[in-house]
Design a protein around this ligand. Structure first.
Ligand code: AMP
Ligand code: ZN
Length: 469
């Protein structure tokens, strides 16, 4: 398997630190609002990478944080007159709901920054002790960027280029830093802000230190993959490397993976310009499986344009696979033969070539666009070779292949679900009411609907009884 490593700007063979295991850290959202569709891109694409690696037999330890202390969270808390934790907890709950609807697997661990302050203080102290950081007069702790030899290796910037942009790196309130390139590890509290005790001042951590600390705590000092959106390459990930490698004396992450940006109608997504959608907005119009399919229809590193037309195309594309599986479900129920014929056995072997194509695409830096094309080809192949004459074993084998590949992409394509007892009872109740209201059409419709699910109704003196066929 090859992955494109932002560090080397090359596709490299993926060799994990420990055979059979993958440690992966994906920078998560700042929780001050419902997540937007841009935030959903790294969630979906790296979840798919994880699923594929698990499919290949790797045990993946996947960590993704919630940034729950930040200026935007504090601002919102002050506007609503509540504690910042009320805001962050609310949006963590909402984010998890969106992730579930997008079929993004929960991470092995979802740490929150505010639970990891002790670890941050410890790492900052190590950096001070090793001469990589200093405390300014007001108690702010800064990282001494020039002291870290490898600074710029991820973003491929050199310190001289950065010097010319120094003016823009000066931030108000950070006048006491020795060099414009230095960045904050710890800052003093301000009125109305949450704060923690520390050896330097009552205050709160800078943003970059949280990921260095959480990655170390949950995955160790050296990890296989660190990922996030391309906007994080500089300065966030560059600063994480500077912190972790200086503190631990080891290479932080072997492979750095970055997703391209999601734009809307070819423009940068922006609230003020009115082209901005939360995942929740999209869920009002589409099943979120369509959004997932849309995200995977492009390579994760390419920029991706979101538009109504492209979402319609995604909807149709997904529907093609779902309909294919529905047909197979129908044939399975009606198949007359159990065992495969010789011809069907041969076809089963041919169908494996599409699985091979899928794997080849995914092995090439998680090329989900080509992987999905392989699923389409498989569906087409299956549609031409199955019929009412096919054996149940053959139809099942074809369905298993389509469902397995879709499942690696996190796409739910088998919509046949068991109707629950409570749903049956609800429908029977509704049918009784329809009959009372002399709405026989609706009553019959419900009976047919239940019959289609294999539920048989019996009108008795004691009322309606039901059983599964
Ligand atoms: P944030 O909450 O801004 O820290 O972002 C959380 C994750 O979403 C990071 O990995 C960002 O790089 C990613 N992200 C934010 N906006 C976009 C976008 N428009 N397209 C793709 N990824 C994005
Ligand atoms: Zn991060």
């Amino acid at each position: 398997m090859k992955v494109f490593n932002t560090l080397s700007r090359k596709k490299e063979e993926f060799v994990p630190l420990q055979e059979g295991k993958v440690s992966m850290y994906v920078c998560g959202p700042t929780v001050y609002n419902l997540i937007h569709i841009g935030n959903a891109r790294p969630m979906i694409v790296f979840d798919t990478a994880r699923r594929y690696m698990e499919h290949k037999g790797y045990e993946v330890n996947y960590v993704s944080n919630f940034t729950d202390v930040d200026d935007k969270i504090i601002k919102k808390a002050n506007e609503e007159g509540v504690e910042p934790s009320v805001i962050s907890e609310r949006y963590i709950v909402e984010c998890k709901k969106d992730m579930e609807a997008l079929n993004v697997k929960p991470a092995t661990t979802h740490p929150k920054a505010t639970n990891e302050i002790d670890g941050m203080i410890e790492m900052i102290q190590t950096l001070i002790d090793k001469g990589y950081a200093y405390v300014a007069q007001d108690g702010t702790v800064y990282y001494k960027t020039r002291s870290f030899k490898g600074y710029g290796k991820l973003s491929h910037k050199n310190l001289d280029d950065l010097r010319s942009g120094e003016r823009s790196l000066l931030v108000s309130g950070e006048e006491q830093k020795q060099d414009a390139l230095d960045f904050v590890l710890w800052k003093p509290k301000k009125e109305g802000e949450p704060y923690w005790e520390s050896p330097w001042c009552e205050g709160r951590p800078g943003w970059h230190i949280e990921c260095s600390v959480m990655s170390k705590k949950y995955l160790g000092e050296e990890i296989d993959i660190h990922a996030g959106g391309e906007d994080l390459i500089f300065p966030h990930h560059e600063n994480e490397i500077a912190q972790s490698e200086a503190a631990n004396g080891k290479e932080f992450a072997k492979y750095w993976l970055h997703n391209g940006f999601l734009n809307i109608d070819n423009k940068k997504m922006s609230k003020s310009a009115g082209n901005f959608f939360t995942v929740r907005d999209i869920s009002e119009k589409y099943d979120l499986q369509v959004l997932r399919f849309f995200m995977l229809s492009a390579h994760y590193r390419s920029p991706l344009n979101f538009s109504a037309d492209l979402m319609e195309a995604a909807k149709n594309g997904l529907e093609r696979i779902v309909t294919g599986v529905e047909n197979l479900n129908f044939l399975l129920e009606h198949a007359e033969k159990d065992n495969m014929t010789e011809e069907e056995q041969k076809l089963t072997q041919t169908a494996k070539s599409y699985v091979g194509k899928f794997d080849e695409a995914m092995d090439d830096d998680f090329n989900t666009a080509d992987a999905i094309s392989a699923i389409f080809e498989l569906v087409k192949f299956v549609n031409t070779h199955v019929s009412g004459e096919s054996s149940a074993a053959f139809v099942q084998a074809m369905k298993d292949e389509i469902v397995m590949l879709s499942d690696i992409c996190g796409l739910i394509v088998d919509r046949k679900k068991e109707i629950l007892d409570t749903e049956v009872e609800g429908l029977i109740q509704e049918r009784q009411e329809a009959r009372k209201a002399k709405n026989f059409a609706r009553a019959d419709e419900i009976r047919d609907m239940l019959a289609a699910q294999g539920i048989i109704l019996e009108d008795t003196r004691e009322g309606v009884k039901w059983k599964r066929a």
